[in-house]
Design a protein around this ligand. Structure first.
Ligand code: MN
Length: 423
């Protein structure tokens, strides 16, 4: 049987070359359709969702019980482990191949199992157990450091020695399309003597990738590079919404808190680690050499194009305000996971790790408005007469990402969020 990543594979379902969902991808999500059935697990293929529960009911999977795909979250499937992830993906690939008649020529099953993407509602794909956000782009950390502390103290002394992170909130992770209300908080601009409480005035996004942890680790035990890698089920695009004014007043001495906890948006499709295999590459050279537990031999970065569009209410289409690549990250997702468990912290199925804002070396590769507008001093023009330093009410922010193969794209779709006025 050909490998599901084989670039030559094609499906009996037509897939446009710029679609994010060719047969080489097969990302998992949770959807509901007009049939009134409860949300369940599906896989994106072209402009369709393949209903895995319908296939399982029809006894098309040997290993996975229908109940696993009837779940409204991916957690029970992820808990089955990497061997089952891999064999299930191979089986789905086979069922969708143009030269495999089993589903292709079974009209009844095809009608039940293939739902037009336009007719489905996509839900949060997994129950988020814990959410940790990192700070692993050297370009981003340097930009922020220069703005807040000056050029000479841009990177804190610890930054080159470990992936810096903080514990975020799992309770407010939402799926793409969920409106996001402008947060309230304590504000103390440099000109004020005392803080006040009110709506955030410097509302920002952060372009990140999210790692979906699919296997647990044992409390007290460290992870090797290989163990950490095998625990990663897949990736989503993640928008770590940020209230910069709240953040600037609160973040010393314990780091971000209310500036980050009000909402985090993720894309609805979880692209598996296996589908991203062909796009792996080595990250930037690490100097100084990390401590032994953080050293990696494998290429743990990915060549993944990312872009951010911003649309004000009066605009017809979003304007692209950033184009960058996940490959620039200094600390890899595997190093983040190894470091996370290194003290003895147990990881759970459904943990979400934010990569940290992804900025590249060029000015048009910055992954937040804080950097794009250089702390509000350089407004960005979206359309004639429409400028932004930070996000305004009714603005819609959309992030997209994909890996470019030879004639196909392994993509994530998008994560979108529209800002609602503060209550
Ligand atoms: Mn962040």
């Amino acid at each position: 049987m050909p490998h599901p990543n084989d670039p030559k594979l094609r499906s009996f379902i037509d897939v446009a070359p710029d679609s994010h969902f060719p047969i080489q991808n097969l990302p998992y999500g949770v959807f509901s359709a007009k049939d009134g059935l409860a949300p369940r697990i599906g896989v994106a293929i072209g402009d369709y969702v393949l209903d895995l529960w319908q296939l399982a009911q029809d006894c098309r999977f040997d290993v996975v019980e229908p109940a696993v795909f009837a779940a409204s979250q991916l957690n029970p499937f992820m808990a089955l482990g990497p061997k089952v992830w891999s064999s299930t993906r191979a089986r789905i690939s086979e069922l969708l191949r143009h030269d495999h008649p089993e589903l292709r020529d079974n009209e009844g099953l095809r009608k039940r199992a293939l739902v037009p993407m336009a007719d489905v509602k996509l839900h949060l794909p997994f129950a988020v157990s814990g959410y940790t956000d990192f700070y692993s782009s050297k370009e981003h950390a340097t930009n922020v450091g220069v703005m807040f502390r000056g050029k000479d103290n841009a990177l804190q002394p610890n930054w080159l020695h470990m992936p810096i992170g903080y514990n975020g909130r799992a309770s407010t992770v939402v799926v793409s399309g969920t409106p996001v209300r402008r947060p309230r908080g304590q504000l103390k601009p440099p000109t004020a003597d005392v803080p006040s409480f009110g709506p955030c005035k410097r509302f920002d996004f952060e372009l990140e990738m999210g790692v979906v942890v699919g296997q647990p680790s044992v409390m007290g035990e460290m992870l090797t590079e290989k163990q950490a890698e095998e625990m990663i089920f897949g990736f989503v695009i993640l928008n770590d919404w940020s209230a910069r004014d709240i953040q600037q007043w609160e973040y010393v001495p314990l780091g971000p808190f209310q500036a980050k906890v009000f909402a985090t948006s993720i894309s609805p499709w979880v692209v598996t680690r296996e589908a991203l295999e062909p796009f792996r590459l080595h990250g930037p050279a690490q100097d100084p050499k990390p401590l032994p537990y953080l050293q990696q031999v494998q290429p743990n970065n990915y060549d993944m194009a990312l872009e951010v569009g911003l649309r004000a209410a009066q605009m017809n289409a979003a304007k692209n305000i950033s184009r960058t690549n996940f490959k620039y990250m200094y600390w890899s997702s595997v190093q983040q996971l190894v470091h996370h468990a290194s003290s003895g912290c147990a990881m759970n199925v459904g943990d979400l790790l934010g990569s940290g804002t992804i900025s590249g070396p060029e000015k048009d590769q910055r992954g937040s408005l804080l950097e794009i507008s250089w702390n509000g001093t350089e407004p960005v023009e979206l359309a004639t007469g429409v400028k932004r330093t930070f996000l305004e009410d009714d603005d819609s922010l959309v992030m997209r990402g994909w890996c470019q193969g030879d004639g196909y794209r392994v993509g994530f779709g998008e994560v979108e969020g529209t800002i609602l006025a503060a209550e």
